[in-house]
Ligand binder design. Structure first.
Ligand code: NAD
Ligand code: UDP
Length: 311
């Protein structure tokens, strides 16, 4: 079976390629490296793997058969999508349209990597899939949130109108090795700061919450959803919720760092709370996260230490 992974040179995409290769699939990774890196693929040594540098906002024609398309291409960190607003909107809209067109042509099953950001700054906690969200379309984060909401809408339209076999995963904050140290997300920021002995920068008063899922759990959940027969969105994330201030203290404890915590301005429209309701994933996919925050952070810290030592 042949699988196409868009965004395969990114953080999640590269781990997904690893899982698919381990399961015996042929994998074609498509990426334009706008936020990803070939370094994330360097360890792969398999004749079942190929890589194509391509921007999926442009049409893609593939000769071979394709059985599954995992569409992960999109800037994902707030810093990245604030710097790349048009590219973010285009990959969510045109990129998703092109990959659905390819799925139609190849009669392939299609999975969209959506996000907890479709819930915006949620007014219900935890967030079940039925919640429609609270998104500011014209705020700085709107480029990402609305691109993903459009991507969900066009995925459901291709499913209903063209009968394409589709899946939508709403990914909640995921962390682990191969995140970029400077991607601005809270996990690399805090770990990098702690390891360098710099102050940990908590935005706002740190009372906003997030729920962090380790990458191996996330990828397993995404794979199980693709292999299920469920066509409506499913949340995949870890429901263990922490305030950002608590999280900074956890990082200090696990790294053994003597860094201080300082408070900076809260970014515009920063969601106040985020925690997935994973009842559906538990029931439909028999999935739940297995890796504790301590174990996941230890693995991630080990990775960032190596990156910093080799800088
Ligand atoms: P990432 O930035 O590491 O990976 C995204 C990849 O997509 C990069 O390799 C980038 O070069 C590629 N890409 C972007 N635009 C492209 C284009 N036009 N054509 C081809 N390739 C393109 O980010 P990630 O954390 O691995 O996120 C992967 C997906 O998961 C994204 O769709 C993101 O929205 C979603 N997601 C991630 C998280 C998370 O916590 N990591 C949370 C919610 C949703
Ligand atoms: N954050 C922080 N300090 C940092 C980076 C992020 O306090 O150095 C906060 C950010 O304001 C948000 C949370 O951590 O409330 C998670 O941010 P991230 O950028 O990882 O992703 P988000 O969940 O906002 O998409």
């Amino acid at each position: 079976m042949k699988v196409l992974v868009t965004g395969g040179a990114g953080f999640l995409g590269s781990h997904l390629c690893d899982l698919l290769l381990a399961k015996g699939y042929e994998v074609l990774c498509v990426d334009n490296l706008i936020t990803g890196s070939e370094r994330n693929l360097e360890h792969i040594n398999s004749d079942r793997f190929s890589y194509l540098k391509h921007d999926v906002t442009k049409p893609l024609y593939v000769d071979e058969k394709i059985d599954f398309i995992f569409h992960l291409a999109s800037p994902a960190s707030p810093i990245d999508y604030l710097e790349l607003p048009i590219q973010t909107l285009k990959v969510g809209a045109l990129g998703t349209h092109n990959m659905l067109g390819l799925a139609k042509e190849k009669k392939a099953r299609f999975l969209l990597a959506s996000t907890s950001e479709v819930y915006g700054d949620p007014l219900v906690n935890p967030q079940p899939e039925e919640y429609w969200g609270n998104v500011n379309p014209i705020g700085p984060r709107g480029v990402y949130d609305e691109a993903k909401r459009y991507a969900e809408a066009i995925t459901m339209a291709y499913h209903r109108y063209h009968g394409i076999d589709t899946r939508i995963v709403r990914i909640f904050n995921t962390y682990g090795p191969r995140m970029r140290l400077n991607d601005g997300r809270v996990v690399p920021n805090f770990i990098g700061q702690a390891l360098r002995g710099e102050n940990l920068t908590v935005y706002g008063d740190g009372s906003q919450t997030r729920s962090f899922c380790y990458v191996s759990d996330e990828i397993e959940g995404i794979y199980r959803l693709m292999m299920s027969d469920y066509t409506l969105p499913v949340n995949i994330g870890n429901p263990e919720e922490h305030t950002i201030l608590e999280f900074a203290k956890i990082i200090l404890e696990i790294t053994g760092s003597s860094s201080n915590i300082v408070f900076k301005d809260l970014p515009v429209d920063d969601p106040k709370q985020r925690k997935p309701d994973i009842t559906k994933a538990r029931k439909l996919l028999k999935w739940e996260p297995l890796v504790s925050i301590e174990r996941g952070l230890k693995e991630t810290i080990k990775y960032f230490k190596i990156i910093l030592e080799n800088k």
